[in-house]
Design a protein around this ligand. Sequence first.
Ligand SMILES: [Zn+2]
Length: 105
Amino acid sequence: MLPRRRCPFCRRWFHPHPRLKQRQKTCGRPDCRHKHKQKSNQEWRTENPDYFRGVYALQKEKYGTRFDYRRCYRQQHPRLRAAQRGFRPKMARAAEIVACKFHKP
Ligand SMILES: [Zn+2]
């Protein structure tokens, strides 16, 4: 049996799983695992601060905001718009194709 270790979150002693050995960091209780995951995520974010930044700005430049994109799409697809309002698609007016910066028909 592996030597017992102390959980850094709840301070209880535990025996690591034989397959996990020294890689097991917590006692395995859901609260401790959740705290460990939060802590490791936080460490990863401090090591990679730009990972989640910049993507949305690039998408916004290319596609516009999500609102812009949806508005253009709805303008170009009046049958969908009519269907969303509850009308039958054949009742929708003939579509005038609206060119849009963010969504090409
Ligand atoms: Zn614990």
